[in-house]
Write a protein that binds this ligand. Structure first.
Ligand SMILES: NC(=O)C1=CN([C@@H]2O[C@H](COP(=O)(O)OP(=O)(O)OC[C@H]3O[C@@H](n4cnc5c(N)ncnc54)[C@H](O)[C@@H]3O)[C@@H](O)[C@H]2O)[C@@H](O)CC1
Ligand SMILES: [K+]
Length: 495
């Protein structure tokens, strides 16, 4: 269940389930039940519980939770934004099931409360939170109580993960059927605590019929497309990756990418080096080959040999005309390309040029791996990017505008394909943000593409393996450690 459903998709799935014969109040009962079970898991003895209810169905879920927790013997107080007689539909029905008092939410204080159930806003959050609710949310966040959020922490936009004015910080969040993008994108992810997905009876077929295009990035998305070494195979069948090196003072980045490409399974890896840097590159490499390649013209000569199947261009390659020409030459030779760092910056404010590169490389795939700064220089002006509400939408718009697979890097890296598919990565530990790790990522993706793994899934797999390698190493990681952790990551994937 890697799909992520937007708030609108969730509402559509709900609507179809209701149309299929399951009344809305039954879904709400199941939702409330799932939250109540989560609250009860791990509590010993009677608790003082405050259930904070908003004006819509999220609040309706809250009334169900309150009823079930009171029935389980806890001391439950309900505080609502609007009086129950102003609720409508399923929420009104759920509120009628609550026999106790309903106190106002404005001015609520957390004094003496053990557990807070946040049922103020969920998928229907439509604008920034204002007074007096901002004070309520501040009180939730200042409380020492355990906070369990219903669906999404109130104030977090379920589609974008952004904070609308202010937002609850939950210890646990119980959502329904599938997670939403806002559970994975920052800062939303940090507000959710542990996320639990409860089955409320929305059929997989109902979700499938919605053609959901966004997923959490995990092996289930691409494991079956990973290149698998076979007994009869040999290195020439596992692709040949070329990584272009910068000049004598800037060679380390290419070697990091090259080593990562080899560990990612490329059969052969060659560092294409300016003649002046061949000696230093050769002095630091063993299993990886070095070839003297002096600029774009000689790269074109090299690529007349059809065995070179993929290239990584960009890490410390230098910004400017020559790098741009190397990219164009590689594209014209129809090789799989990973464009990173200086190769991206060499196309700043030149989206037309980038589009040309992607078009001429086709059917070979092109992956762009910008961090936020490179992304802004490349796509700041692109249609759709400026209007995008989230990192997810920005990456998707950039992929559509460039025709390439875009890997928009960060702690919540988004991988987007020009056809609209996108994945959000969540396995990167904070210590992955260190010098040179981007070069390694480019190398891993290049290594997978050299083996003919399809472009979008190669990018997704590369990002995940990169995060898994960092997580397996732990704090203190430096970029050089990442390729060395890949065998361990491979073992978990190829079992
Ligand atoms: N049918 C479904 O999809 C199901 C939905 N369920 C619950 O229903 C929720 C969605 O319900 P709704 O669509 O009613 O949405 P919400 O209950 O999240 O909120 C909508 C209400 O909040 C008001 N509102 C929005 N932003 C506001 C702001 N910043 N300040 C003040 N008021 C604001 C709106 O005017 C509206 O009255 C889900 O999050 C989930 O908890 C569950 O009952 C399970 C089934
Ligand atoms: K909520």
């Amino acid at each position: 269940m890697l799909e992520l459903m937007t708030c609108a998709e969730m509402a559509a799935a709900d609507g179809r389930t209701i149309a299929g014969g399951t009344p809305g109040i039954v879904l709400m009962e199941r939702a409330g039940q799932a939250v109540a079970e989560r609250v009860l898991a791990g509590v010993a003895g009677p608790q003082r519980i405050a259930v904070l209810c908003g004006p819509g169905n999220n609040g309706g879920d809250g009334f169900v939770v309150a009823r079930l927790l009171a029935a389980a013997g806890h001391d439950v107080a309900v505080h609502a934004l609007v009086p129950p007689d102003r609720l409508t539909g399923d929420a009104a029905e759920a509120a009628r099931g609550w026999q106790g008092e309903v106190l106002p939410l404005a001015g609520w204080r957390a004094d003496g409360v053990d557990i807070i159930v946040d049922a103020i806003f969920g998928a229907g959050l439509a604008r920034d939170i204002a007074a007096p609710l901002d004070a309520v949310i501040a009180a939730v966040n200042a409380a020492s109580a355990q906070v369990v959020a219903v669906d999404v922490p109130s104030g977090i936009d379920g589609d974008t993960g952004t904070v609308r004015g202010c937002a609850v910080r939950a210890d646990e969040t119980v959502t329904f059927a599938r997670r939403k993008p806002g559970h994975l994108l920052l800062p939303g992810r940090e507000h959710c605590g542990r996320v639990h997905v409860a089955d409320i009876g929305i059929a997989d077929a109902t979700v499938a019929a919605l053609d959901v295009r966004t997923a959490a990035n995990a092996p289930g998305l691409w494991r079956d497309k990973l290149p698998r070494p076979d007994a009869a195979g040999h290195k020439y069948k596992r692709g040949h990756l070329v990584v272009a090196s910068g000049g004598p003072a800037r060679t380390g980045a290419a070697r990091l990418a090259a080593r990562a490409g080899l560990r990612a399974g490329a059969g052969l890896v060659t560092v294409a080096s300016p003649p002046a840097a061949v000696a230093i590159n050769a002095g630091h490499l063993t299993a990886i080959m070095v070839r003297a390649v002096d600029g774009a013209e000689q790269l074109a000569d090299l690529l007349t040999d059809a065995r070179f199947s993929a290239l990584v261009l960009g890490p410390a390659l230098g910004i400017g005309e020559e790098t741009r020409r190397m990219v164009e030459v590689a594209a014209a030779a129809r090789r799989h390309l990973v464009l990173d760092a200086d190769a991206l910056t060499s196309f700043s404010n030149n989206l037309a040029g980038l589009w040309q590169v992607v078009t001429s490389a086709a059917p070979a795939g092109v992956v762009l791996t910008p961090h936020e700064g490179e992304f802004a220089r490349l796509f700041g002006e692109a249609g759709g990017v400026a209007q995008a509400r989230s990192k997810l939408e920005r990456a998707r718009a950039a992929a559509a505008a460039s025709g390439a697979v875009v890997v928009l890097k960060g702690p919540d890296t988004v991988i987007a394909a020009p056809d609209g598919r996108a994945a959000i990565n969540e396995n990167a530990p904070p210590w992955l943000a260190t010098a040179g790790t981007g070069d390694v990522l480019a190398g891993i993706i290049g290594g997978l593409m050299a083996q003919e793994m399809p472009t979008f899934v190669a990018a997704c797999a590369g990002v995940w393996m990169h995060g898994a390698a960092a997580a397996a190493f732990g704090p203190g990681l430096i970029a050089e450690d990442l390729p060395e952790m890949l065998p361990q990551v491979w073992r978990t994937l190829l079992d």
